[in-house]
Design a protein. Structure first.
Length: 546
């Protein structure tokens, strides 16, 4: 690539909304089945919420919590924080009271914004997380022992609840604040200021707060949406996941950077999603995982012609699914990617000229401005092409650190700025990256390393298998052995012994699951976007004890 052939765009997040409202005020910024807002309407709503926050005493640099489903209230609150230079902490809607309470205290929240709609009423779980909330004397001046910095909890939608400032009272506060004050603060926001703290679960007891700057959140997202994944014109982008997750929040910000329209829903149901995709003429889709793509393709009403405007589909999945997607949509580019919360989402993705075969095997190459290394996790030495090791990432996208935890930050980001991801990859001679599972998701079977992902991908080649997840079971002789949890395709039948027998002679004996358990579609223990393997291990332990 020569000088001047491409460029990047860096912006405070709030400026994306302001620019869209100035240039395309009547264009839809967000669409849900029962709601939609133009750029101008969304900016007006966000400014109003920002005024209310100022009236409650929230100031630039403060941290506020946000617990709501995908919707207008969520986005107005999110952008309100960004217009003010306030740091937003989106709660994972799947978190329970203990996790919410930990984050509220750990993140030094001064305010929490939430909703109580027909779909999700978060008042009860927040009252359980913060025991003093329901008996608070004044919801505008909270004094809770468990969260000493918290001063207000606001109900943006839904009926009033004890301890929460209701919407009508919040609107009165907002009406008493001049919007010019919001505009002055927006102009002071710097691109290297922290914009978001996203809490991510890992191998530690409590989730860790990833501090991400405005640059980290907008630069890569804008570049992908405008120059790589979009059509080069106006795009309608669909995201299946919750906006508290980086896998949906980053594509949404990319859509805004390209001044497109983002389509989503408060929950995922394949038939409902297909209707929305068709009605809005989606051109870029971010289903991400097999758990989303498979139900769409298998739905009785699915017909490829309904999605005739689709041009790009971002998917991380096994070869069999990539090949099925390409055969179903010959004119659509399936894009594989590497990403995580600590890198503000994607740090590598497929090139436009990659073959279907390469896309089915590899997860792309490092994005512009991002460096990677593959190292031996025990010695720290760089590994040559073709060898499995831990991938390290360095660049503008890497988090500033884990909030309030310098020790975990120092363990994750070394003195040269390399983030140690804990992910295992191989880098091929052509620079493409092949995921080999998590460093801590590597089974040790009789001294042999077994990547759970490798076995899972192989099991998905069985014609009856829809989804496979592999975990280790302790074994006195071999240290541990693989065990598979499998969801069958609709209408398919199989027995555990049949699956195990099918593996024999096709993969090494030590990689073959010793047991197979079948799981219904609604029985998987899920995190925000993927199967929770810690829960599967706990379930396996219960089975073993039983």
């Amino acid at each position: 690539m020569g000088i001047g052939e491409d460029w990047c765009e860096v912006s405070p997040i709030g400026d994306l909304l302001v620019r869209g409202a100035r240039m395309h005020p009547d264009r839809d910024a967000i669409v849900l089945p029962e709601q939609r807002r133009t750029y101008a309407e969304l900016l007006a709503g966000a400014t109003h919420v920002a005024s209310g926050l100022l009236g409650l005493g929230v100031r630039p640099g403060d941290n506020i919590g946000l617990l709501a489903p995908n919707g207008i209230e969520y986005l107005e609150a999110f952008f309100a924080s960004q217009l003010l230079g306030v740091v937003v902490v989106p709660f994972n809607a799947r978190h329970k009271a203990s996790e919410l309470g930990y984050i509220a205290e750990n993140a030094d929240l001064v305010a929490i914004l939430t909703t109580a709609s027909d779909y999700f009423d978060f008042a009860d779980v927040l009252q359980a997380a913060l025991p003093g909330l329901s008996s608070a004397d004044d919801p505008r001046r909270l004094e809770l022992e468990e969260v000493p910095r918290l001063r207000a909890a606001v109900m943006l939608d839904g009926p009033d609840h004890a301890g929460f400032l209701g919407r009508s009272a919040f609107d009165e506060i907002a009406a008493g604040v001049e919007s010019a004050g919001v505009e002055q603060l927006r102009r002071r926001v710097r691109v290297r200021d922290t914009s978001v703290i996203l809490y991510t679960s890992g191998t530690t007891a409590n989730p860790k707060g990833c501090q991400l700057t405005h640059e980290a959140m907008t630069r890569g997202a804008a570049e992908r949406a405008r120059f790589r994944l979009g059509t080069g014109d106006y795009d309608v982008t669909w995201g299946a996941g919750p906006l508290f997750h980086i896998g949906s929040l980053a594509p949404y910000l990319g859509s805004m950077a390209a001044m497109g329209t983002y389509v989503t829903d408060v929950y995922f149901e394949p038939g409902r999603a297909l209707e929305l995709l068709e009605a809005e003429g989606v051109s870029v889709a971010w289903p991400w995982f097999p758990a989303i793509v498979q139900p769409l393709l298998d739905h009785p009403s699915f017909e490829p012609s309904r999605l005739d405007r689709l041009r790009t589909l971002v998917l991380i999945g096994p070869r069999s699914l990539l090949e099925r997607v390409q055969a179903t949509f010959p004119g659509v580019e399936p894009v594989q990617a590497c990403g995580m919360t600590e890198t503000a989402g994607i740090y590598a993705l497929s090139d436009p000229d990659d073959s279907v075969e390469l896309r089915a095997e590899a997860q792309g190459r490092p994005s512009p401005g991002v460096e990677v290394r593959i190292i031996d996790p025990e010695r720290g030495a760089d590994l040559p092409s073709g060898e499995v090791g831990e991938i390290l990432v360095r660049g503008y996208c890497v988090m500033e650190g884990y909030y309030g935890d310098p020790e975990k930050t120092a363990a994750a980001i070394d003195s040269e700025g390399w983030f140690h991801t804990g992910d295992l990859y191989v880098q091929k001679e052509d620079g493409s990256l092949v995921f080999n599972g998590r460093l801590k998701d590597m089974l040790k079977v009789g001294g042999e390393n077994v990547a759970a992902l490798e076995v899972e991908a192989f099991l998905c080649e069985h014609p009856a298998v829809k989804i496979a997840e592999v975990v280790g079971r302790p074994d006195e002789r071999l240290d541990e052995v693989p065990v598979a949890f499998i969801e069958l395709r609709p209408g398919a039948e199989a027995e555990p012994g049949e699956i195990i027998a099918w593996c024999k002679g096709r993969i090494a004996n030590y990689k073959i699951p010793r047991e197979v358990f079948f799981v219904g579609a609604e029985e998987w223990p899920m995190s925000a976007t993927k199967v929770n393997k810690r829960a599967l291990r706990a379930k396996l332990a219960e089975i073993s004890l039983g």
